[in-house]
Design a protein around this ligand. Sequence first.
Ligand SMILES: [Zn+2]
Ligand SMILES: [Zn+2]
Length: 113
Amino acid sequence: MDPVSLVLGAAIALGGVLIGRAMPRRADRAAARRDRQQPSIPAAPRTPQPICGCGHHLVFHDKDSKMCQAQVVIPGRWTGQSGGTYRQCMCQGYRGPVPLDEYYAPDLLNGES
Ligand SMILES: [Zn+2]
Ligand SMILES: [Zn+2]
């Protein structure tokens, strides 16, 4: 065996070891980065929120006219302008499940049981 092929073989072996060591560590680092970028999912609200199909909360919708009072941003690339413009939401009203009104139930055991 000539020394060149010996050195070449050693280099290939060494390279394989280095790659084998680097691979899992790189994957770990990528996973760690992914974990940092994705914020933990916030806890679901206790009561379902009445979000309209337009994406706005029920409180933005007028009680009488049902029109959505929220402002939406129209991106400039939609209108050809440089900056975004604000328009009133075109939603005609909230149609969805209305959560039960919160009510206060007086304490039955009024301390005199
Ligand atoms: Zn709406
Ligand atoms: Zn809306």
